[in-house]
Ligand binder design. Structure first.
Ligand code: GUE
Length: 281
């Protein structure tokens, strides 16, 4: 079998086209969704991501602010900026690019973001709402993964989904979202006794380990859907895995573009909700 290659860029473009129309409608109602991206330090990869986010948001008619701060920025200064963005009527989504420099407490910064503007879905209240299954802004990469799986046309309910990786930003939340979709979910990690034994049971395999090439083709169940979250290099051995899977995401061009699409989608959702709240007052 040669797997269908899941085209994340094409799906992203479809989603962005829909959002562009939503934004046009919102603008006619006097609301322009606004996204603030905050970057501390000058890591070249981070700069590139932030640039992509700003570019896409402008392309679809959003208001966008990039706050690029020096690596010497104090935690207090960063918290002051977050406070201003929380209050700003122009801003509906706040994203603080992670990781932050070691002298800044990431948790303190994430906790300071107003939940209604938490378009990353990293705030503990957002996470709690996601776990319960309440309406909330979902973390972008996990939400994008669910969208990609759904668009392969395969039902998630009843399937065995195996997630490799347990980070707070991908592994844990994607496992919960798969559970919400009624998959039977297993979570594997570096201490899993027999990784191959686990992954070979996966009808849906999501790999978010941050370990380039970790998963070879013989770890994959014939006909599985394989989602590779590795960036900038995949965690799955793509050529090898394509011979066994029924569908697979490439890197680049798979999950990455969906992360951006979901960020835009969350910002539009946040703008709608904040506007509705303001009207109700
Ligand atoms: N608060 C926060 N939220 C994030 O969502 C966040 C973050 N911090 N820190 C860094 C990671 C990384 N990340 C990516 C987003 C898009 C691509 C992406 O679109 N990649 C393209 C390739 C881009 C290229 O190199 O041309 C692709 O996979 O096709 C990759 C990585 C978001 N992150």
């Amino acid at each position: 079998m040669t797997a269908q290659i899941i085209n994340g860029r094409a799906v992203r473009d479809e989603i962005l086209a829909g959002l562009q129309q939503d934004i046009e409608t919102l603008k006619q109602q006097g609301v322009q969704p606004g996204l603030a991206v905050v970057l501390v330090g000058d890591d070249p990869a981070s700069k590139q991501y932030v640039g992509m986010k700003a570019k896409k948001s402008k392309e679809i008619g959003m208001y966008s602010e990039v706050h690029a701060l020096p690596s010497t920025t104090s935690q207090e200064e960063l918290l002051t900026l977050i406070g201003q963005l929380n209050e700003s009527d122009k801003i509906h989504g706040i994203l603080v690019q992670l990781p932050l420099p070691p002298h800044i407490d990431e948790k303190a910064v994430i906790d300071a973001i107003r939940v209604e503007k938490d378009v990353d879905g990293f705030h503990p209240v957002s996470v709690g709402n996601m776990v319960i299954g309440d309406d909330c802004l979902l973390p972008c990469t996990p939400a994008g993964i669910i969208e990609l799986i759904k668009r392969t046309g395969t039902a998630i309910a009843g399937k065995h989904a195996v997630v490799v990786g347990r980070s707070n930003i991908v592994g844990k939340p994607v496992a919960l979202l798969l559970l919400r979709e009624n998959a039977t979910v297993s979570i594997c990690h570096s201490k899993t006794a027999d990784m191959k034994e686990m992954t070979r049971q996966a009808d849906i395999l999501v790999v978010a380990a941050g370990r380039p090439g970790l998963i070879p083709g013989d770890y994959i169940k014939p006909g599985a859907i394989v989602i590779d979250v590795g960036t900038p290099v995949g965690d799955v051995q793509f050529e090898d895995a394509s011979q066994t899977a029924s569908a697979i995401t490439p890197v680049p061009g798979g999950v990455g573009p969906m992360t951006i699409a979901m960020l835009m989608s969350n910002t539009v959702k946040a703008a709608k909700q904040i506007a509705a709240q303001a009207q109700a007052k």
